[in-house]
Design a protein around this ligand. Structure first.
Ligand code: HEC
Length: 275
């Protein structure tokens, strides 16, 4: 179980071709207002339409997908059950994938039981200290982007920020991220704040998979990200003791929740959508 990400720095496409971005976690994607690291796709349905025709990913046309599904009596029957009698269309395929993704919701993590379930024993003392560091603007200042609301927590503001991830050795941005969609200067090198749910199970980290462990990520934030002209104003060097760093990691490890029964089968998780 890799938190529905594929555990590789950048996703393998067909025939060993490589995409250029780390696969984001599908978990809880139903709640996000845009999908992909650069927010390219406005809905899960549209997102499901993308990867199939991106030749580096699945190397199949919509028509070929529909043809294959139609040729398989099991799929034919399942689609009729879901959509009524008639031929399978690619639109139905996109809807089916998106509906599946909506069911992949992680919940009931130790953090949820502590914060919203009234179970004060659900978190270790270290994780509780980590939560305070996470929220405290004078300490971690993490929750300013990885938000925690009063009644629920998605750990994302659904916005785009430049942390300076993926600079080359000349200090230049190698992937303009959100800018490619909006052409706004402020979006240069900005990527969508990822949710941190099940984060311990979805290494490597960042849009380019450049950090292998949560410890590396925390060290990156302690250093104030990578300086560049478009660095987010909320990213600056922070002071944390060795124990506070461990606490912050213990907190993030407490965000691993349960997934609905039957969805931990690797064959099923292959339905993961890339980027
Ligand atoms: C200014 C907003 C902002 C703040 C503050 C912030 N983050 Fe992030 N975080 C992001 C964005 C945006 C990314 C993705 C960046 C990228 O890949 O270019 C990210 C990525 C991450 C990741 C990797 C997630 C993944 O799926 O790869 C972790 C872990 C993380 N942040 C933890 C933290 C912690 C811990 C703090 C506090 C010390 C923090 N963040 C503060 C916006 C923020």
């Amino acid at each position: 179980m890799l938190g529905f990400s594929d555990g590789k720095p950048v996703s393998d496409g067909v025939k060993g071709g490589k995409g250029n971005r780390n696969a984001p976690v599908v978990m809880n994607s139903a709640y996000f207002t845009t999908q992909f690291w650069d927010g390219r796709s406005p809905s899960l349905e549209e997102q499901a339409e993308g990867p199939v025709v991106n030749p580096i990913e699945m190397g199949m046309t919509h028509e070929a997908v529909v043809e294959r599904l139609t040729a398989d009596p099991t799929y034919k029957a399942e689609f009729e059950k879901a959509f009524g009698p008639g031929p399978i269309s690619y639109d139905m395929v996109a809807k089916a994938i998106a509906s599946f993704e909506r069911t992949v919701i992680s919940a009931n993590s130790p953090f949820d039981r502590y914060q919203y379930g009234g179970d004060k024993k659900a978190l270790s003392a270290s994780a509780i200290r980590g939560l305070e560091i996470f929220k405290n603007p004078a300490k971690g200042n993490c929750a300013v982007c990885h938000t925690i609301e009063e009644k629920h927590a998605l750990f994302t503001d659904n916005k785009f920020h430049n942390l300076g991830v993926g600079l080359n050795n000349k200090g230049e941005l190698t992937d303009l991220g959100r800018y490619d969609q909006t052409k706004l200067d402020a979006d240069r090198g900005a990527f969508k704040t990822p949710s941190l749910r099940n984060i311990a199970a979805s290494a490597p980290y960042m849009h380019d998979g450049s950090h292998k462990t949560l410890k590396e990520v925390v060290d990156f934030y302690i250093g104030g990200g990578n300086s560049n002209d478009y660095l987010d104003k909320e990213i600056k060097a922070i002071q944390l003791s060795a124990r506070e760093r461990e606490d912050l990691i213990a907190f993030m490890e407490a965000l691993t929740g349960e997934i609905p029964p039957g969805l931990d089968d690797p064959k099923v998780t292959k339905a993961e959508v890339r980027r």
